[in-house]
Design a protein. Structure first.
Length: 545
């Protein structure tokens, strides 16, 4: 299968590549063909210069056996210039450019070997064959059979041209008679045909190797129907890449599972469940899953919407504590996503600043997306798949709930509300509720210590109502917190602000800080839909007492 056919083969997902991706390959082959033609022009210019230099020094070249033959060398330049023009004029497919390159190379090889036979019958045709064979193999991505066809053509052209010149031109017959006659001519044909065959075998191996490397590199850049552009981030469970769909060219983020050793099966099961759980969510503030599949080496991946913006971790680190009204605006949206998840029996379990992402949708800025359900737990079904153990705490130490630390059996959505309260504390103050040096100390604080009220820590004013709301979220006992995300959202709506935060203010803020263009969106700290797989050097924490 050649590279064009390979690219038209259906991927592992439900759809297949199409004209848009083929157009991209066409542009690639157009550029490669042009490069090859320019290199060929330079090579033939040097070869012609050498030929005219030798013309004065080798008597056999003064007129050769066909005085008109040297002038045909100008046809090399004519054919190459015409082919270059076609690369600009043609609007064809990738295969047409592949064939254009093949036929222009074939023509010039036949011409070079034919002219050589007519001007210097005893000269080996190796140089002419080598230049054309390896030019095509080096520049044009094509399977080895194309190079094989050129090698066969070189042998046939050499034999036919030599025999025609020997039979039809008396000067050639006289030339070979002086060298030893027909026997010497036959020896020349056999030896040089064998040499061309050996050269063809070498060219076949080179072409096959180069094509295999190109194809491998190309496949490494594709995940099913998605073309990978760059890596955005990595963590314990996988890597995230920016990609785009081959057909509709929609930008996406692709997460690929990475697991080794005995943990592979459990990691695959958890990773697949992450997709299944997240894909059930339809709230606009939850990350959207587009597709999933497996790579050729059986790595699981899924495709989600690509976000341009920054997460709450970056927001605070780059711009300082967030004003109270904006904090409430963001928290309310996060409550919407969590409310749907909890209603479906799903607990996120890893709510933290880097998993709440700010982007824009349809001209609405500060639009929240809740990310990374990689540690999510389906309340009733989780034990059935054997992915939890008694006494295991799962989450991020700076933002984990007390019941997650102690391994309580009755964890519910109120655990996520504790984490969201810790995120609110981070936004208002620029620091987490507890800032111990080690993970163990952090967990002890979450279980036993009371955080300092935000108004006593923040450099910005914190209204009493918002402070009371945050402290209620951070209560040690779940029953002392808000009963649901919906209740928390209602409490946020009830807080009065003299100047509530709006989408219009958010747009002005984004424009003021230059965050509305792709330049900032492509910064390492703000370009990933799954950034923040670790937090301040403390990655997802699994604690077994």
């Amino acid at each position: 299968m050649d590279i064009v056919a390979a690219l038209e083969t259906p991927g592992t997902g439900p759809s297949r590549t199409g004209d848009t991706f083929d157009q991209e390959l066409t542009q690639f082959l157009r550029a490669r063909t042009r490069t090859m033609l320019w290199v060929a022009l330079v090579v033939y210019a040097i070869a012609l210069s050498v030929f005219w230099f030798l013309l004065e020094r080798r008597p056999v070249l003064q007129g050769g056996v066909a005085p008109w033959a040297p002038q045909l060398r100008l046809a090399h330049f004519a054919s190459l210039i015409i082919a270059l023009g076609l690369t600009h004029a043609l609007k064809g497919s990738a295969r047409q450019f592949q064939l254009l390159a093949f036929w222009v190379v074939a023509f010039n090889m036949v011409l070079a070997i034919g002219i050589l036979a007519a001007t210097d019958p005893a000269q080996e045709p190796y140089l002419a064959a080598m230049l054309t064979l390896f030019l095509y193999a080096a520049f044009i991505p094509a399977p080895a059979r194309y190079t094989d066809a050129l090698a066969v053509l070189a042998i046939v052209t050499f034999v036919v041209a030599s025999v025609v010149v020997y039979v039809l031109l008396p000067e050639a017959t006289a030339f070979w008679t002086e060298l030893g006659g027909a026997a010497e001519f036959r020896t020349f044909l056999i030896n040089d045909s064998s040499g061309l065959a050996i050269m063809g075998l070498v060219a076949h191996a080179v072409s096959r190797t180069l094509y295999s490397l190109r194809k491998t590199a190309h496949e490494a850049q594709r995940l099913g129907n998605y073309y990978v552009e760059e890596e955005l981030g990595s963590g314990g469970m996988g890597q995230v890449f920016r990609a785009r769909h081959a057909l509709i060219r929609r930008p996406t983020a692709v997460k690929v599972m990475r697991a080794t050793g005995e943990a592979v099966q459990a990691a695959v099961t958890r990773f697949e469940r992450e997709v299944q759980l997240t894909a059930t969510l339809t709230h606009p503030n939850a990350i959207t899953i587009y597709d999933f599949g497996r790579t050729t080496d059986q790595r699981f991946y899924y495709v989600m919407e690509y976000l341009e913006g920054l997460d709450l971790d970056d927001l605070v680190k780059r711009f300082g504590p967030v004003p109270a009204q904006r904090t409430a605006f963001i928290l309310g949206q996060a409550c919407g996503a969590l409310g749907e998840a909890h209603a479906r029996g799903i607990i996120h379990r890893d709510i933290k600043p880097s998993n709440i992402y700010l982007t824009q949708r349809g001209g609405l800025y500060d639009f929240v997306k809740v990310l990374d359900f990689g540690l999510a737990k389906e309340i009733k079904a989780d034990e059935a798949v054997g992915l939890t153990k008694t006494g295991v705490a799962v989450g991020t130490p700076r933002y984990i709930s007390p019941e997650a630390i102690t391994g309580a059996d009755d964890i519910d959505g109120r655990s996520d509300l504790y984490c969201l309260g810790a995120v609110a504390y981070w936004m208002l103050t620029g620091r987490p509720p507890f800032d111990a040096k080690t993970s163990v100390e952090l967990m002890i604080d979450h279980v036993k210590a009371s955080p300092t009220p935000p108004s006593q820590v923040s450099e910005l004013p914190v209204p009493d109502g918002l402070e009371a709301l945050v402290m209620k979220c951070l209560e040690k006992k779940p029953e002392d917190r808000f009963p649901s995300a919906a209740a928390l959202a209602e409490a946020l709506d009830a807080i009065h602000f003299d100047e509530p935060w709006t989408y219009a203010q958010a747009r002005d803020w984004w424009e003021l800080h230059g965050l509305t263009g792709r330049e900032d969106a492509e910064r390492p700290e703000s370009g990933s839909a799954e950034k923040g797989l670790s937090n301040n050097g403390i990655s997802r924490f699994i604690y077994e007492p």
